[in-house]
Ligand binder design. Structure first.
Ligand code: MRU
Length: 351
């Protein structure tokens, strides 16, 4: 059963991409219009838009924005296509871990490469595809939500890490889509949200969007999950993913792996909720997933203030990989995939 979220994270707006600026939540809630391809690169890299499915849509919009710019430059069809393919690859490089970005931009590249038409038709086709991906994302999330709701016990407390909600997608969420669908059936369901250092997507975004939709949420810091699991206060963990390998190993926000280990130890089922577009069937295991290294300042500073010795060394991987054996199921729009994942993933892809 779908529960409508009040949030629409990203939308094609005729000649620009309108998105919620996620860097300023919870202090401000406002939309920005991204009008050029280069600005879209920055919006993705600086995480004005973030979350694997949302940056996929942003990437698709970015290709249209570059196309609109090149249209004004009186290029030949061949030059137009060449420049657009180069800029598409540039957009893909903005964030390396979430495969949805590559997945969506590669679709746009196929349209460019395979087209036998004029520039205007290519722009129309790219726009149509971007809007289609946008609309499908919400429908896919609702299916994920409904499949996932079936494994949520009555009155459950669901722990989540980072933000895999409406703000990480077009407007419903994957892990929080499961929460929304479960809550629509049973309003005694509640969420424990990990703060998610260093960028605090759990604190800033997950609590914000759940509170906005009236779903009960309790904020905890990242180190607290084992404490609450040991007390029997967590019934289920559900997180999103940025890239899932063919064997089910799943990359998600740094800290997810720790939560999964703790869940295994305490016999709490750990689920990943993600669309099939997050599954990278070209890689066999999580060892092949590229992990984004982000700015050290995200770790050394909080709200612009340094919180450590300036002599400390810093490492800041943005994601970690949860091994498949810790995952009870991968909730997709085609149902819940169970181990052994290579078999269930191949079945979902009909390969
Ligand atoms: O760095 P972020 O905020 O883009 O990381 C987001 C996550 O790790 C999400 O859990 C993941 O993208 C799934 S979103 C449905």
């Amino acid at each position: 059963m779908a529960f409508e979220s009040k949030i629409r994270t990203i939308k094609w707006n005729g000649d620009s991409s309108r998105m919620i600026d996620q860097t300023i939540i919870p202090y401000e809630f406002k939309y920005v219009d991204i009008k050029t391809g280069d600005d879209m690169f920055v919006a993705i890299k600086d995480m004005i838009v973030r979350g694997a499915p949302a940056i996929g849509i942003a990437g698709a919009h970015g290709v249209v924005l570059y196309a609109l710019e090149f249209e004004k430059q009186n290029l030949s069809l061949e030059e137009f296509k060449k420049k657009l393919i180069e800029k598409s690859d540039y957009l893909i490089s903005s964030r390396p871990t979430a495969v949805n970005l590559k997945w969506a931009v590669e679709q746009q590249k196929d349209i460019i490469k395979n087209s036998k038409s004029d520039i205007q038709t290519i722009i129309n086709d790219l726009t149509t595809n971007a809007v289609k991906l946008e609309n499908e994302d919400i429908e896919i999330n609702k299916k994920i939500g409904d499949y996932g709701a079936e494994v949520v016990p009555k009155g459950a407390t669901i722990l989540t890490h980072c933000n895999a909600g409406a703000l990480a997608t077009v407007g419903y969420g994957t892990a929080l889509g499961v929460v929304r669908s479960a809550y629509a059936k049973d309003n005694t369901v509640q969420v424990f949200a990990d703060e998610t250092r260093p960028r605090q997507q759990g604190a800033r975004l997950t609590t914000f969007e759940l509170a906005m939709d009236g779903i009960p949420v309790t904020l905890i810091t990242d180190g607290m999950c084992s404490y609450f699991m040991k007390k029997g206060m967590i019934d289920l963990v559900c997180t999103g993913a940025d890239r899932i390998a063919l064997n089910g190993d799943s990359a998600n926000k740094i800290g997810t792996y720790t939560v999964a280990i703790s869940a295994k130890y305490h016999n709490v089922p750990f689920y990943i909720a993600a669309p099939l577009s997050t599954i990278d069937i070209n890689i066999k295991s999580g060892d092949e997933i590229p992990i984004e290294e982000r700015s050290h300042e995200e770790v050394t500073h909080i709200n612009g203030k340094i919180v450590c010795s300036d002599k400390a060394k810093v490492i800041n991987p943005g994601f970690d990989v949860t091994p498949n054996e810790l995952i009870a199921g991968i909730i997709t729009e085609k149902g819940i995939l169970r181990p052994p994942y290579e078999k269930s993933i191949k079945e979902a892809f009909n390969i």
